[in-house]
Every structure is written in C-alpha cells, then in structure tokens.
Design a protein around this ligand. Structure first.
Ligand SMILES: [Mn+2]
Length: 254
C-alpha cells in the first residue's frame, strides 16, 4: 500500500506560498495514486469552527478535495492546534456536495493502519509530546466540550483571531528555530524522539508519523520502530511517503 502524509503547512490566505504547496501536494501524481492521504493537522494557520466562509476563502483546497473524492482517494484528517473544531465544517461540505462519498473522508485524533507487517500510527504530534505543560493546559481548554460548543455555535470572529494570535506566536517561536543553528533544533528533535519512545513503550508500533514539532526527522529506534516527522512544510517542501512499509521523504514540487 502507498500512504502519503503531510502536516504543518500553515496556509494563511488563498494565493500564498503555503496554499500553493498544499495544492501541489494534492495534485502530485504520486500523492493522487496513494491508497490514503493523511492530512495531519495545522494544514491551515487558522481554521476554527464550521464557518462556511472557509469554503470560499479556501475554494481551491475544497475543489481539490472534490477531485480526490471523485477519484476514490481516501483522506484521513487529524486536527492540529491551528485547525480544530472543524468536524462540522466538513459535515457541511459533504451535505452541500451530495454527489461526493463522505465515507472516503475520515476525521480522528489519530489513525492506525497495518501494512507490510508493520503497525503504523498517524497523529498531529501534540498528543504524544512530552514536557510541554503550558501547551497542554491551553490545548485542554480550547478543545474542552464547552469551548467546542462555543466554537461550533457562538464563537465570534474576534476570539478566533485571539486564538490565532496565540498560536501564531507559538509557531513563530518554532519557525524562528529554522533560522538558527542546526544544534538549536536538537532539543526539540530529541524531545519528540523521546516522546515517540515513550508512546511506543505503551503502544508497540513499528511506524509513528507525526508533525507539530516543525523539526524534520526520521529516527530509527533500536527498540524496533521508526518515527518520521516532515517538519515545517513551507521550509522542507517535502511529504512523507510510506510505500509497502518503507518510509521516505519526497518533494512536493516535481
Ligand atoms: Mn501544531
């Protein structure tokens, strides 16, 4: 089987470089012929709640979803910390486009698949990350049932902006890392390796794929599993390909 995964594209506006990257990814012939495409969170820099304005703001993206759906490609979507409470947005998308097959579009906090004798786990990455208590508190508040209800029914645009500003500040800190010395990235990379090790002690996978750290990595553990992270996609311009259980990074632009 062939799986293609990407995360952390952080599309801000239609027409920006990040959107070009997202569209190129979805149009890439290798990606289009995947058994499953994984969109592992933070695809958009700010997408919260079921606002139908997103359909027009990111029309190109939703058009590509239609094309892929009609071609029978399965898409697995995990929410990130920049794009969440969007389950009802996609429900609306499929209720508007009744000719599409909604069973080909799955949303979950994580996905598990087995192929070529390997058990694989796909997630955004923040749920397995160790040592980030401030973030965990923030995440538990914004994803709590009252706020989910609020986001889905009442949340005014200004609050979405505020959350966006907070998240943007956090990711600026992370993005700034890519301009710094390679050695400055090592603590983040190593924390995610350790997070994957910790997760794997309890869950026993052969492949763990996640994003969120913005640090690209392919770590082969002596404990019998591999951890892959595509990093900040605007910078790496790659995606993760898993062909018959073998992981590689491939260029989005061909
Ligand atoms: Mn993230």
């Amino acid at each position: 089987m062939k799986f293609s995964a990407i995360s952390d594209i952080h599309v801000k506006n239609s027409g920006d470089q990040a959107e070009k990257l997202l569209l190129q990814f979805l149009q890439n012939p290798d990606v289009r012929t995947s058994d499953i495409i994984f969109l592992l969170g933070d695809i958009f820099d700010l997408m919260i709640g079921p606002h139908t304005q997103y359909f027009t703001r990111f029309q190109n993206y939703f058009e590509e979803l239609k094309v892929l759906n009609q071609a029978g490609v399965k898409i697995c979507y995990t929410e990130g910390n920049h794009d969440f409470h969007v389950r009802n947005l996609y429900k609306k998308f499929f209720s508007i486009n009744k000719n599409l097959n909604s069973s080909l579009f799955l949303m979950s906090s994580h996905f598990e698949y087995s192929d070529a004798g390997k058990n694989m786990y796909f997630c955004h990455g923040d749920d397995i990350e160790l040592n980030n208590p401030g973030y965990k508190i923030y995440k538990s508040i914004v994803t709590s049932p009252p706020l989910r209800y609020y986001a889905n029914n009442l949340m005014p645009h200004f609050l979405i902006q505020r959350i966006g500003e907070y998240s943007a500040e956090k990711s600026r800190l992370r993005n700034n890392l890519r301009y710094s010395l390679e050695t400055d990235l090592l603590p983040v990379r190593d924390n995610f390796r350790e997070s994957a090790e910790s997760f794997n002690r309890k869950n026993q996978k052969q492949i763990i794929v996640c994003g969120h750290s913005h640090v690209k990595d392919h770590y082969i553990s002596k404990n019998g599993f591999e951890y892959a992270n595509n990093g900040f996609a605007q910078y790496t311009k790659t995606y993760i390909s898993i062909l018959n259980g073998d992981i590689s990074f491939k260029p989005v632009f061909i």
